[in-house]
Design a protein around this ligand. Structure first.
Ligand SMILES: *[C@@H]1O[C@H](CO)[C@@H](O)[C@H](O)[C@H]1NC(C)=O
Ligand SMILES: *[C@@H]1O[C@H](CO)[C@@H](O)[C@H](O)[C@H]1NC(C)=O
Ligand SMILES: *[C@@H]1O[C@H](CO)[C@@H](O)[C@H](O)[C@H]1NC(C)=O
Length: 553
């Protein structure tokens, strides 16, 4: 309890709330931490599952590890030993890496056989060479292909799942419409060379149990984009990968920088195999320019989610997993466009419990777009790859790292939890405040919009403005009916006993309160995110209903 002051002013007094944890009925979701013993993933309807483990769900919580820039080598090796970077990835709660590569690393023998020392020297990066000599002395004189293999090996040994992502053809920063890497037929994008390269990569990494997926091509784009060509070569690429290594998930991206798969609504892809196909999309704040700060965040959030539903989310209903393989923000917290986008995105990803890969692990690049040692403010590590850039960002996204839902249909522990994206926290039983989502209180949300504590008669009721929520047993009045309002559908609103329409909000101590609804529409200077909540399907947390006793004042 948070002290007597607010308690005494509750309409209903919450007497001791006892949490009785019962050990039964709990479905334990396995983290993918013993992947070496069970290499093969497949799909079961919209979920990715582990064949060797009774078909249990595996949630990909990945981070992008960039390995496709000019030097054609995994970033960071001049700053930290590869094993240290891998262990940091695990420590930060990820179970997977989306490892990017340039196609030519595997199709141009001159590039693939160049040593890391030569590649860095060619770019004038003597400082990086010195750094690699200190941190990864055994790699510095290996050919670039072997350096890539060593990174995969290290991730593999540490039981990190790996998705090999063909990011572009010619090493360099990605992407723009005219960089020659955008679409089949572009200067550096000969479809036959691409197919050949995919085959080589599939074959080369067949023996690595933790290589669980291959992304065929990142962010197709540019004026050559054409659906007929897309179907032709995506199908060919997918068949090549599957024929060479039938264990891996084949991950397919759409058009227009991975924003658009809408054409699959009417014309599904046709492949000779099944249970191995996953689609990927990207979503950044800057995908929509500065809309997040020039528009009302509810309207922007609602509009973009509608678009993504139409462009990609429908694939879940078609029985495919959707992998959000790039998203991220400037982790300094100074970009309001990103900050507003992030709260919308977190609610949406949690609601659909998607598989995802954050951009990125990189603290700084060897060389990007002509700049030596460029810092990556969207990266999890700081410039020297030693510390997390922003631990509060990591905490905020951490609920996404564990599954909310199991794919096990026999699971009977289905319930709702209440998620608050701006803090990354969930409603607890203890005084209905916010706390870790792993200790979220299990709720029911009925067709009548009544939000109640699961397996109890207690419903959650709106109180006076600024006051904490109350629990009641008379649940048929308007103070117990919670509507998702505003264009974002993330405001939860009810009418309190005084007839005032209020919204869920949080106070400075993370207690959930009701306040006058804010920033519902038109205002663009106003940030609604303290009032943004999501009611989320959950099966996975070890949650028991609290035993609640109440008495009326
Ligand atoms: C971390 O992110 C938060 C929230 O965006 C921000 O307020 C804070 O200043 C950031 N901290 C650092 C060290 O960048
Ligand atoms: C949540 O579960 C309900 C009931 O099973 C289902 O109808 C709904 O589609 C689910 N929502 C999401 C976002 O999966
Ligand atoms: C209604 O609001 C008034 C002040 O706005 C407050 O004094 C009163 O206690 C409220 N009554 C209820 C039942 O919420």
């Amino acid at each position: 309890m948070r002290g007597g002051a607010f308690r005494s002013s509750l309409l209903f007094l919450l007497l001791p709330i006892l949490l009785i944890l019962h050990a039964t009925t709990v479905h334990h979701l396995r983290h993918h931490n013993n992947a070496a013993a069970d290499p093969s993933l497949s799909t079961n309807s919209r979920w990715i599952v582990d064949d060797r483990n009774g078909g249990e769900r595996v949630k990909l919580s990945c981070v992008n590890w960039v390995s496709h820039l000019d030097a054609a080598v995994a970033e960071g090796l001049s700053k930290q030993p590869v094993d240290v970077i891998t262990k940091k990835i695990l420590e930060m709660g990820f179970n997977c890496v989306r490892l990017t590569y340039p196609l030519f690393l595997f199709t141009d023998d001159k590039l693939g056989s160049m040593t890391m020392r030569q590649s860095l020297h060619k770019l004038g990066l003597s400082g990086s060479v010195a750094g690699v000599q200190v941190n990864n002395p055994s790699l510095v004189d290996l050919p670039l292909v072997n350096v890539f293999q060593e990174v995969v090996s290290n991730l593999n040994e540490n039981n990190v799942m790996i998705i090999l992502d063909n990011h572009l053809s010619k090493p360099g920063w990605c992407c723009n419409d005219n960089d020659g890497n955008g679409f089949f037929g572009d200067l550096y994008f000969d479809p036959e060379v691409w197919i050949e390269g995919l085959g080589r990569v599939a074959s080369m990494f067949k023996g690595y149990d933790n290589v669980v997926g291959m992304s065929l091509r990142n962010e197709l784009r540019g004026h050559r984009q054409d659906l007929k060509t897309w179907y032709k070569y995506m199908q060919k690429g997918a068949e090549t990968v599957h024929a060479t290594n039938p264990n891996v998930l084949v991950i397919i991206s759409g058009l227009n920088y991975d924003l658009d798969l809408s054409f699959l609504q009417t014309n599904p892809i046709s492949l000779s195999f099944n249970k191995k196909t996953v689609f990927e999309i990207h979503w950044y704040g800057f995908s929509d320019g500065d809309d997040w700060i020039t528009g009302n965040p509810n309207e922007v959030c609602g509009r973009i989610i509608n678009r993504i539903t139409n462009n990609a989310l429908f694939l879940l209903d078609q029985g495919y997993p959707l992998f959000m393989s790039e998203w991220g923000v400037d982790q300094r917290g100074t970009n309001d466009n990103d900050n507003r986008y992030l709260n919308c995105l977190l609610g949406w990803v949690a609601e659909h419990d998607l598989d995802w890969a954050l951009w990125s692990i990189v603290g700084s690049y060897y060389y990007r777009e002509g700049v030596i040692g460029m810092e990556e403010f969207y990266g999890l590590l700081n410039w020297n790859w030693h510390e997390p850039r922003n631990s509060s960002f990591l905490e905020k996204i951490s609920p996404l790292q564990t599954p909310f839902q199991a794919s096990d249909l026999s699971n009977t522990n289905e319930h709702k939890i209440l998620f608050h994206p701006a803090t990354g926290l969930c409603m607890q039983s203890h005084s209905l405040s916010l706390g870790p989502c792993s200790e979220a209180v299990a709720l029911d949300y009925t067709l009548e919009k009544i939000l109640s504590v699961k397996s109890t008669n207690y419903c959650i009721q709106a109180n006076e403005v600024h006051m904490p929520l109350t629990l009641g047993i008379m649940c048929d009045d308007s103070s117990s009916k919670w509507e998702a309002i505003s264009a974002s559908k993330m405001h939860l609103s009810a009418k309190n006993k005084n007839g005032t329409i209020v919204c869920l909000d949080i106070d400075h101590k993370n207690i959930i309160v009701t306040n006058i609804c804010k920033c519902l529409s038109t205002e663009y200077l106003c940030d609604p995110s303290s009032q943004w909540f999501k009611i989320i399907n959950s099966t996975s947390f070890n949650i028991a209903p609290p035993i609640v006793s109440i008495s009326q004042i």
